[in-house]
Ligand binder design. Structure first.
Ligand code: MV4
Length: 447
């Protein structure tokens, strides 16, 4: 096992990774920007290195600075967390070239999943159902018109290097295609430096359902069930739950078994998430996330498995040591992402935390690097805490979540706690009757 791990991230996830390392007897190195000198992940780590000024491009995305920090402190491995460099195949390769283990999949799989067409083709060839569409990049307007006619309107335009909704556009008819393509290309170019697009049949009321997988380097693969992440606004998830309320036992079993088998045949190692759209009882693969995800705790709560610990173990070459039949699923879990944002306008609200009290009690977990007196810098994502609640049933989970949100005190900045309180009281949410467009409609109808 590793003796020392460098955590190339910040905030709650840096703290989450530190906690797993601590419990494994692994020393930690924190890296931080000048804006994060007082951050909790820096305070708790065994060592820390300042890697640059506040802008992420000069610190948390600064590969030479991170490698230099590793050269100075001598970790065995580097954990990238999520966001920043987590899915950067180039970074993973550089980490390995410098003699450190990258805690994540191999660069070839990062590269494959970064190319959405390559990922789709690989998954389709392994028996995963995919969304019907073009299996090559769109070259020009004429070809796009032909493809769209073949697939049938409405169609979705997507960036090949995409993810997160950048470059995503819905086209209702041929008269709109040229303009939508120009806009999608421009967005994709500025977001990813690559304006290549592909096209799919547009599904009008899908849910977003994703399957958690874990694979070691010795051929063992397990799935850890699915999560419903349909509660999103502008492609930012607000709340996630497991198991997905929309699936019956058969649908769940079929989906998860198919995914685990495909991941095994892919030769993939590490933690990963396979994302689907689900509509009218059918699953459609959209992409695979080759990283630890923000919402991993809901899976931890229903399985009792520490996903970060497992991710570190398999990166060190350890065998899983258990099979699918050893994994048991218990009850229901929901995560609310708490952002430092105005609860109505959702504009960022950085600043100093003047008073802080986190909820607790049976079945309540808070993943956060906040403390009283902490100043939230304006330079990064506004996620400041995750409230994760477990219950024997979805109803118990909901009651507990309501109670936990009432207890949470964060003063000094605006937070999205009031929004979550309204959301979980909505009959559609209580009934599990929501798709990926539900939240947008809910927010629009109230403004
Ligand atoms: C789709 C879709 C409908 N049909 N693809 C948006 C970003 C990207 N990650 C996947 N997205 C979608 N792809 C087809 N063929 C609807 C969405 C979508 C969506 C997906 C997941 C979660 C929230 C969403 C919100 C709006 C649109």
């Amino acid at each position: 096992m590793f003796d020392k791990v460098l955590i190339a991230n910040r905030g709650e996830i840096a703290l989450r990774i530190h906690r797993a390392c601590r419990e494994m007897g692994i020393n930690t190195v924190a890296v931080h920007s000048t804006a994060d000198a007082d951050a909790m992940h820096v305070r708790l780590a065994d060592e820390s290195v300042c890697i640059g000024p506040p802008p992420a491009s000069e610190s948390y995305l600064n590969i030479p600075a991170i490698i230099a920090a590793a050269e100075i402190t001598g970790p065995d491995a580097i954990h990238p967390g999520y966001g920043f460099l987590a899915e950067n195949a180039n970074f993973a390769q550089i980490v390995e070239d410098h003699g450190f283990v990258f805690i994540g999949p191999e660069p070839r799989h990062l590269r494959m999943m970064g190319d959405k067409i390559a990922a789709k083709e690989a998954m389709q060839s392994l028996g995963i159902p995919v969304t019907p569409g073009s299996d090559c990049p769109i070259d020009d307007g004429e070809q796009a018109l032909r493809m769209a006619r073949e697939v049938g309107y409405p169609v979705a335009l997507k960036a090949i290097s995409g993810g997160g909704g950048k470059g995503f556009r819905v086209v209702d008819g041929s008269d709109e295609l040229a303009e939508a393509m120009a806009l999608a290309r421009a967005e994709a170019r500025s977001a990813f430096g690559d304006d290549a697009l592909y096209l799919e049949k547009y599904l009008d009321r899908p849910r977003h359902i994703e399957v958690q997988v874990l694979a070691d380097e010795h051929g063992a693969v397990v799935h850890l069930g699915e999560r419903d992440c349909s509660m999103q606004r502008r492609h930012q998830k607000l709340l996630e739950e497991a198991p997905a309320p929309a699936l019956n036992r058969d649908q769940r079993a079929r989906l998860c078994a198919t995914v685990a088998e495909a991941v095994r045949n892919l030769g993939y190692h590490g933690l990963g998430t396979v994302e689907f759209l689900f509509q009218n009882g059918e699953f459609y693969f959209i992409e695979m996330n080759p990283r630890l995800q923000v919402e991993h705790p809901v899976t931890e709560m229903i399985t009792g498995i520490d996903l970060v610990r497992e991710q570190i173990r398999v990166a060190a070459g350890a065998p899983l040591g258990y099979g699918q039949d050893d994994i048991r699923f218990h009850g229901h879990a929901i995560e609310c992402r708490i952002n430092a944002e105005h609860p109505e306008t959702l504009t960022p609200s950085p600043g100093r935390i003047t008073s802080y009290h986190a909820p607790g009690g049976l079945g309540v977990r808070v993943d956060s690097a906040l403390y009283s007196g902490y100043r939230i810098p304006p330079d990064y994502d506004s996620l400041i805490a995750k409230v994760i609640v477990h219950g024997a049933s979805r109803n118990e989970c909901l009651m507990r979540l309501k109670r936990a949100l009432e207890e949470y005190v964060i003063e000094g900045v605006e937070t999205t706690i009031p929004l979550h309180q309204r959301l979980i009281a909505e009959p559609d949410f209580v009934n599990g009757a929501y798709d990926v467009l539900w939240l947008e409609r809910f927010l629009d109808s109230r403004s």
